[in-house]
Design a protein around this ligand. Structure first.
Ligand code: SAH
Ligand code: SF4
Length: 387
């Protein structure tokens, strides 16, 4: 259930929010400017605060040293707080992957945590020896963040589904996960090669406004490139249609969790297919105007004996070809989770599926599982705190 975003704001006697006790991390430069003006301050103070939050990554009002001390004191006394999400727990995989439980200031101790994952590369996805040296030695990396706490979509193979939907994350809570991870690894925005994927807990297109507001913050304020971002959806058609209307300079790349080329099978493993069957999803994706050289990704979880047969590969190829989309397929061998009754396909079945697609002229890549040992791999994010 979405949390009432006013919950954190103390109300005055008339029931109106008093002061500014909501987190300012998450407000964009325009909103910060409006607040400064409302306080009788010059508009450019808003821009200074935005720079402090999103370029310098300050954590406290007192750290915004471009503001006069008297103003910082006034803001703090009126209840202004940065309140950026913080990493509360780190799980480290032998392959260099890290999984984080992230807490939200004001809600600490409430048991609410989002999950984010850091996947350094430079080892071609092969498991490393886990030495600290190697973990630091990344040339490029992928950050994966959550858009909701839990998820309502209920895909049968996904551990996150077991949580149900707890609530939507706000724009600041989504963007804040990214900053927390970038800061931990001293990433230099604009210089280091870091990709961002909205593929953690939750269905981004069922929290569309907050998800896109987070993207705008990350692009406009933090300076990340939308061409290095990918959002994955289980196929929420109205969300895809809205996404198609976003300016190309502001939208991530699109990935669709296909997982089966067949409506009957897909509906079994992804109940959302009953509402939006495959053809309606493809139709919506076709309305997204791709940038030059951009391809849509179809993600395909291989469930042993269920979706990993050669005939399924041929059906996927036919579907992709008929769609007319510039597309590629990412194959993901199912990652196991407690209480889920599927099986991981044999490596030979994965390779056979890939070569079947390739033989049909469809570019297909096998995504190596990252951080399975710490429950960081796709579909394993469920606040698992045992090793
Ligand atoms: N909710 C969005 C984004 C998060 S899930 C979506 O479903 O697209 C990211 C990807 O992980 C999806 O493609 C999903 O199909 C896949 N996935 C879920 N559970 C998995 C599991 N146990 N093993 C492998 N991939 C899984
Ligand atoms: Fe939700 Fe994605 Fe998991 Fe399906 S796969 S339950 S949409 S997080």
């Amino acid at each position: 259930m979405p949390r009432d975003s006013n919950q954190l704001i103390p109300l005055d006697a008339s029931g109106q929010p008093s002061g500014c006790n909501e987190p300012i991390f998450g407000l964009d430069a325009a909103a910060l400017t409006a607040r400064m003006e409302a306080l009788g301050e010059p508009a450019w103070r808003g821009k200074q605060i935005a720079e402090a939050l999103y370029d310098q990554w300050v954590r406290d009002i007192s750290g915004i040293t471009t503001l006069p001390k008297s103003l910082r004191q006034r803001l703090a006394s009126e209840g202004w707080q940065v309140a950026r999400p913080v990493i509360a727990n780190v799980f480290q995989s032998a392959d260099g992957t890290e999984r984080y439980l992230i807490e939200f200031p004001g809600l600490i101790g409430k048991g609410e945590t989002a999950e984010a994952v850091w996947m350094p590369e430079g080892d071609d996805g092969e498991a490393g020896d886990g030495s600290a040296e190697e973990a630091k030695d990344w040339r490029r990396a992928t950050v994966c963040v959550s858009s909701q706490l839990g998820c309502a979509v209920n895909c049968q193979f996904c551990l996150t589904a077991k949580l149900g939907l707890q609530r939507n994350l706000t724009a600041g809570e989504i963007a804040g996960q990214v900053i927390a991870v970038l800061e931990r690894h001293a990433v230099r925005v604009g210089r280091d090669r870091v990709n961002l994927v909205f593929m953690g807990m939750g269905e981004p297109f069922l929290n569309y406004d907050n998800f896109m507001a987070a993207v705008r913050l990350l692009v406009n304020e933090v300076g990340l490139s939308p061409q290095r971002m990918t959002v994955s959806t289980s196929g929420v058609v109205p969300g895809i249609e809205r996404f198609a209307q976003e300016p190309p300079g502001l939208r991530p790349k699109l990935a669709i969790s296909l997982n089966s080329p067949n409506d009957a099978v897909r509906a079994e493993i992804m109940p959302i297919n009953r509402k939006w069957p495959i053809a309606s999803v493809i139709e919506a994706v076709r309305s997204v105007q791709l940038r030059p050289r951009e391809r849509v990704t179809f993600e395909y979880v291989l469930l042993g004996g269920v979706t990993d047969l050669p005939e399924h590969a041929r059906d996927v190829a036919r579907l992709v070809r008929r769609s007319g989309l510039s597309a590629k397929v990412n194959l993901i061998a199912w990652n196991p989770g407690p209480g889920i009754e599927f099986s991981t396909p044999k490596p030979e079945a994965v390779e056979r599926f890939r070569s079947e697609l390739a033989g049909e002229g469809i570019p297909a890549y096998v995504r190596q599982p990252r951080g399975r040992d710490i429950f960081a791999a796709c579909g394993q994010l469920k606040r698992t705190i045992e090793g």
